[in-house]
Write a protein that binds this ligand. Structure first.
Ligand SMILES: Cc1cc2nc3c(=O)[nH]c(=O)nc-3n(C[C@H](O)[C@H](O)[C@H](O)COP(=O)(O)O)c2cc1C
Length: 201
């Protein structure tokens, strides 16, 4: 049995992705659909996803990630007001949004140089947790951060990073046609382009 069969990768992702070393299927099978079916996310589900972010590692354990949630129609409407139009088209069908912001200062009020890096770790953890629950996430950098900051009354020291759309993966007929051709698992650069050689001097 090849490593891929043993690892249980989904056939649809294997068209674009070629894992060779037995990486856990959750990393390969997760992908960011834009198609969502109508689904009410329970508070427990939402909080389980947030809890995954809570346990991300961070420099000096500063934990700079902060979550702004939108799950009611009213809250989603507010979030849609600062999401760029192209992202509104598909993300309005998601069950909930999480705006992931980072606190740029540590507890002593000093600049936390790794705030964005650490918050990226929280995003990845949440995306994988949602995937393990049969849900899908898609991150959006396409939103007006200044407007979000104002509308959500964020402290000055916070930096909005991404808005995450979460929902039940849907079929193409639930997605605007302009996105159909790109709504599939994306490929990855081969490892040999990522591992850099260097000279020991
Ligand atoms: C920081 C960040 C910003 C992104 N911004 C957008 C966005 O504004 N709109 C969108 O449709 N997808 C956005 N994406 C989704 C990426 O395009 C997607 O994750 C990437 O193509 C890899 O595909 P996969 O997540 O399916 O593996 C963003 C992803 C990240 C991590």
């Amino acid at each position: 049995m090849s490593m891929n069969q043993a690892a249980n990768y989904n056939a649809d992702v294997l068209e674009a992705r070629k894992p060779q070393y037995g990486v856990d299927p959750m990393f390969v099978n997760r992908w960011s659909t834009r198609a969502f079916e109508p689904y009410t996310l329970s508070e427990e589900e939402l909080y389980r996803i947030l809890e995954a972010g809570q346990y991300a590692p961070s420099a000096n354990n500063v934990q700079p990630w902060r979550f702004y949630l939108a799950s009611t129609a009213e809250q989603k409407e507010l979030f849609l007001s600062f999401i760029v139009p192209r992202n509104q088209v598909w993300s309005k069908n998601a069950s909930a949004y999480i705006l992931l912001a980072s606190d740029t200062l540590n507890a002593e009020g000093k600049e936390h140089g790794k705030h964005a890096f650490d918050t990226g770790a929280a995003w990845q953890a949440m995306a994988l947790q949602a995937h393990l629950m049969g849900l899908a996430t898609r991150a959006m950098g396409g939103f007006d951060g200044a407007a979000a900051k104002e509308k959500l009354s964020m402290p000055q020291q916070f930096q909005p990073q991404i808005v995450i759309a979460i929902g039940k993966p849907g079929s193409l007929d639930q997605l605007d046609e302009s996105f159909h051709s790109t709504n599939k698992p994306t490929p990855r650069k081969p490892l040999d382009q990522l591992i850099m050689s260097y000279e020991v001097k």
